[in-house]
Ligand binder design. Structure first.
Ligand SMILES: C[S@@+](CC[C@H](N)C(=O)[O-])C[C@H]1O[C@@H](n2cnc3c(N)ncnc32)[C@H](O)[C@@H]1O
Length: 235
């Protein structure tokens, strides 16, 4: 067991939405339209995940991606800090017949990978939970879990708009993306995201990825407030 110094980040104190709350967990799949089984299956195929691969999914949530990767034949480590999320994901995996998933209650900064090095590390819509210093530590830890030339896929709320126009872009994002209560993420959820969570600029994330030992092979600015990266761990 690793012991961490007194100054280490406390991942149990989650910023923003409380994903230990069962009501949040049960509502999650309806709200998280970026993570449907169809979209995750397409991502699994696009990344080339297949039989025999080891996949590490950090901040796995309700397990939609992990399940699709397992159904494709990969062995998946699904890691989440929330016990409620993990219990829900485990139940979903059982129903879907996805048997090659090992669930771990741990976080970006505490998960200890004690298996084959990963062919893939995946982290979607979760890294923003950490302040930038700790994102950097998390990315270095991800690099250490991967084989040489292994792939990191990162997608998150990441800002590529001009800094001087941040107010306009954030307002537009919330106006266009928020849904009425019960139909998706509400304007209050977005307000809390911007106010309390730690989404940051693309140029900061890209500097971190490079310094953590990755080569960015694809940077896609999906919208001014969302980006995805495919990176190779430099051997
Ligand atoms: C918005 S959900 C994203 C879930 C999934 N990856 C997706 O694409 O829909 C964020 C997840 O990160 C988890 N989480 C929060 N803090 C974490 C941490 N420090 N380490 C790992 N997971 C964390 C939450 O419990 C939640 O399940």
């Amino acid at each position: 067991m690793n012991s961490f110094p007194a100054w280490y980040f406390d991942e149990s104190q989650m910023a923003g939405i409380n994903f230990e709350d069962i009501a949040q967990v049960e509502a999650f799949d309806c709200k998280q339209t970026s993570s449907t089984p169809q979209k995750e299956q397409a991502l699994v195929k696009r990344l080339g995940i297949s039989l025999g691969h080891t996949v590490i999914d950090l901040g796995a949530g309700t397990g939609t991606f992990a399940i699709q990767a397992a159904l494709e034949g990969a062995f998946v480590h699904a890691i989440d800090i929330s016990q409620s999320m993990l219990a829900y994901a485990q139940q979903k995996a059982r129903k879907m017949g996805a048997s090659t998933i090992k669930f771990h209650r741990a976080g970006f900064l505490t998960y200890e990978h004690n298996d084959n090095l990963g062919d893939f590390v995946i982290t979607k819509a979760a890294l923003h939970i950490l302040p930038d210093f700790w994102k950097m530590v998390a990315l270095m830890r991800m690099a250490s879990m991967l084989k040489p030339n292994g792939i990191l896929y990162l997608r998150d709320a990441i800002f590529s708009f001009p800094i001087s126009e941040h107010k306009t872009f954030i307002d537009e994002w919330i106006e266009h993306s928020s849904k009425p209560e019960g139909e998706g993420w509400t304007d209050k959820d977005y307000h809390m995201h911007v106010r309390e969570e730690h989404s940051t600029f693309a140029w900061i994330i890209e500097g971190m990825l490079t310094r953590a030992g990755f080569e960015i092979t694809q940077a896609n600015y999906l919208t001014p407030t969302a980006a995805e990266y495919i990176c190779i761990k430099i051997a």
